[in-house]
Design a protein around this ligand. Structure first.
Ligand code: 5GP
Ligand code: ZN
Length: 116
């Protein structure tokens, strides 16, 4: 599996940096965002390193689909049963700050504050 030793989310996946993990399997890891933008704000990441969705090709279809299909289960189990938002920020103009593809899962009772 391709990982990047300098990447924050690869380090979290490797257990080198702590995170409030809520889910882990062979391919994916989910943990609480350190600066939550909603009552429930999870980040779902592939364990292999891919910098952004801009790098995805048809070869990534299977795991991208699996990652999306995992989202509702995680949100049901972690306070987002009432509904949630999914967001992938891609590249500088997409507002991406951590260059390891991640799916934001935002939910919990409203109001969420600005931007919600
Ligand atoms: P982006 O802007 O790249 O889509 O989102 C990066 C997200 O990662 C932000 O919401 C930010 O709060 C979160 N984040 C950054 N550093 C850490 C960290 O060390 N631990 C956790 N759990 N989240 C982080
Ligand atoms: Zn990475």
């Amino acid at each position: 599996m391709h990982t990047d030793p300098n990447c924050l989310f690869c380090k979290i996946a490797a257990g080198q940096i702590p995170a409030r993990k809520v889910y882990e399997d062979e391919r994916f890891l989910a943990f609480h965002d350190i600066h939550p933008a909603a009552p429930v704000h999870l980040l779902l990441v592939p364990k292999h390193h891919i910098a952004s969705l801009a790098d995805a090709t048809e070869a990534d279809t299977d795991w991208l689909g699996a990652m999306m299909a995992l989202a509702p289960r995680l949100m049901r189990e972690h306070g987002g049963a009432g509904g949630f938002k999914t967001q992938i920020n891609t590249g500088p103009d997409g507002g991406q700050e951590v260059m390891h593809l991640h799916l934001h899962l935002l939910g919990g009772p409203r109001p969420w504050g600005k931007g919600g």
